[in-house]
Design a protein around this ligand. Structure first.
Ligand SMILES: Nc1ncnc2c1ncn2[C@@H]1O[C@H](COP(=O)(O)OP(=O)(O)OP(=O)(O)O)[C@@H](O)[C@H]1O
Ligand SMILES: [Mg+2]
Length: 271
């Protein structure tokens, strides 16, 4: 629970109902003079599935990378589960978070990348057990039990003893999904996880993700060009442009009657 009782001025914020799990508050991210995120405000309620759409370069990956603490915002704050991600309070003051603090908060967040990023020198089983053992302190047996359940979920039980290089891209991506879930994260970040796959392998990965979306209470923040998938799993779609959310709504609303001209243009180019 949040111990924060700040009464800072509310900003326009496409909040979905329910308890808030992720909150971006006036987050600005710059690369040199290039402002990628411009005082971005948005929040995601616990258990919801939110899809980020928007033109290339609009900052979607940057948002996920900030949440994974792979980079830091220049201004503003990010909270996950009521805890600041890149700041901590010391003597009533907000200061940049220590590495140790950040590592703790990050345990709640899992990410799957476009390029799988499996450990090439480890077999499938160990790819999945490594972080639960090293980071969460699970015993090898507990971690293997968890890994076997997850491999069943993603349909890869028979590949448990293979190296990533012995698997197809779709199979590798399903291992990467199992690996992320093995940490039992509250939040799963998915960044175009099917765009590096051969077309015939996309459906299998999306089916696994649909299954996770429909059968678990994991909060999902997803960047995808698969609009049918986004429509199936999303509670809310956020349209980004020029570093801000310019439109937010249910998939029905955004995909069938978008209000913003930029959203209409974008969708007519990708649908
Ligand atoms: N490490 C970096 N250094 C400098 N500029 C960066 C860096 N990372 C991202 N950018 C810039 O920030 C902007 C947003 O990038 P980001 O990857 O978040 O876009 P995106 O919405 O994910 O785009 P795409 O749909 O093409 O994946 C781009 O203009 C990009 O060039
Ligand atoms: Mg991207």
């Amino acid at each position: 629970m949040s111990a924060d009782s700040s009464t800072s001025k509310e900003t326009v914020n496409p909040t979905v109902d329910g308890s808030e799990l992720i909150r971006f508050d006036k987050v600005t991210k710059r690369f040199g003079s290039h402002v990628v995120l411009d005082e971005l405000d948005f929040s995601v309620a616990s258990g919801k599935h939110v899809t980020l759409i928007g033109p290339s370069g609009s900052g979607k990956t940057t948002i996920l990378r900030l949440l994974m603490t792979l980079m830091k915002p220049e201004e503003g704050t990010i909270k996950v589960g009521g805890e600041y991600l890149t700041h901590e309070t010391k003597n009533g003051k907000l200061v940049p978070a220590s590495e140790k603090y950040t590592r703790e908060v990050r345990k709640n967040i899992g990410m799957v990348f476009q390029q799988f990023n499996l450990f090439p020198n480890m077999k499938v089983l160990r790819n999945i057990t490594e972080a639960p053992v090293q980071v969460l302190g699970l015993s090898k047996d507990e971690a293997e039990q968890r890994a076997r359940e997850l491999l069943e979920l993603v349909g890869l039980t028979e590949h448990i003893d293979k190296y990533p290089s012995q698997l197809s891209g779709g199979q590798q991506q399903r291992v990467a999904i199992a690996r992320a879930l093995a940490m039992r994260p509250q939040v799963l970040l998915l960044d175009e996880v099917t765009s590096a796959l051969d077309p015939e392998l996309v459906a299998g990965v999306l089916d696994v993700l649909r299954d996770i979306a429909h059968t678990t209470d994991i909060t999902m923040l997803c960047v995808t060009h698969e609009m049918n998938f986004a429509r199936d799993i999303s509670d809310q779609v956020l349209m980004f442009d020029s570093g801000r959310v310019i439109e937010a709504g249910t998939p029905e609303k955004i995909f069938t009657e978008p209000e913003h001209e930029r959203t209409r243009e974008f969708l007519s180019a990708v649908l």
